[in-house]
Write a protein that binds this ligand. Sequence first.
Ligand code: 5AD
Ligand code: SF4
Length: 466
Amino acid sequence: MSTSQTVLEQQLEYMQKVKALVGVLYGQPKACVNTFGCQQNVSDSEHIKGMLEAMGYTLTDEMDDADFVLFNTCAVREHAQDRVYGNIGITKQLKKARSNMVIAVCGCMAQQQYVADRIKKSYPYVDILFGTHVTHKLPEFLYKRLNGSPRIFDISAQNNEIIEGIPVHRDKSVKGWLPIMYGCNNFCTYCVVPYVRGRERSRTSAEIIKEAKIMIESGVRDITLLGQNVNSYGKGLDEDINFAKLLRRLNDLPGEFRLRFMTSHPKDCTKELLDTMTECEKVAHHLHLPVQCGNDRVLKEMNRHYDRDTYLSLIDYAKERMPDLALTSDIIVGFPGETYDEFCDTLSLIKEVEYNSLFTFIYSPRPGTPAAELPDPISRAEKGKWFSELLAVQDQIGKRKEKELLGKTFRVLCEEKAERDGYIIGRTNGTAVIEFEGDDALIGTFADVQVTDINNAPTGVLIKEK
Ligand code: 5AD
Ligand code: SF4
């Protein structure tokens, strides 16, 4: 048996033991999982919820109704961390009212030693803290703590093996996350992820395909492949595979569904990948290609390994191959030492590319990263002004792109009910979301919708099949 299987079996045994224990302790135990940060965390939380269900818990969104409260945290910006501290603080009172309540903190923020130290010292009501490398050991931690063990703090990073077979509770039925790799090797100078998530490691294509088939059979119609840098998928595996080949294999699976992926690093985004997107009919025409900034000096300081021209020529090629391509990106404003003139290069780049939407961030120094050591003379207030300027420019671009939808017909995946009674939310093969009048029975199917109005949000009508 491989070590991964042994580890899984141990944890499955702990799940049974916890189930017996919590049945006696709480009767019908409830768990509340609070997730912060990116889709990788959302996916990890789906596995945490899967384990909790296997341990006999039912899930609740209300912390004050729960016997087990967990915070799956994000470390990418200071603001995200501060929010978590605030939320953990709330549980102090809750625990006073429910003395058997167990509180746990995990994820990227917990993986950092200084955070673990602070929580140990200043949040004595936190029972369990564990890092990103040992998420699968939650059943063991819970069992030990419920049996009277002292508070548990485990941020060990000794093992980079992927543990397959952890139960999963999928939050949504029509859309689903499918992790294909973990970790990051890129060490962009502003980013804490490589420190808290460890080195890149890929799941085998057999495991990924097995999971994709299960998802499709259970009704998932929009699968997003997840990784910090999906373009380096396959490195280190004993099989002849890369990301483009994986996409082709998934595209060959039977059924009508869509494949998306995030995130792609521009330095590893190849023409082969863009050609594959063009040729595979199930791969959505959406490329999330974070540029971070538009100035070559700053890109170099960020350790991004591409320059503005290379990035723009990739975008040109992608647009040429897929004229209907939706483009999105991440932007950091106010990297240490960035000048206003350099920031203007970011503005001109986004005008040139015309992204459908952007994820925009003001630079946040992360302890332990090289950029946090650089002089940073521009004030937060000044960076805030640049940030607003960026949002205003993108707002105009976004509105212009939305206008282009008017009158056109799109094949949309009917994802869920809209807030408006009798309306459904559909997503195009790109990123546009169209609301239209339709029956709930459409959810989980594909339909053709013509956009008739874009005044508030894009609204359309269902084109009836002949
Ligand atoms: N400050 C601001 N934004 C950051 N990101 C990563 N690290 C930082 C930081 N220190 C942004 C990048 C990345 C996205 C996930 O978060 O744009 O692509
Ligand atoms: Fe962070 Fe860069 Fe890795 Fe993305 S590629 S997770 S920005 S280090």
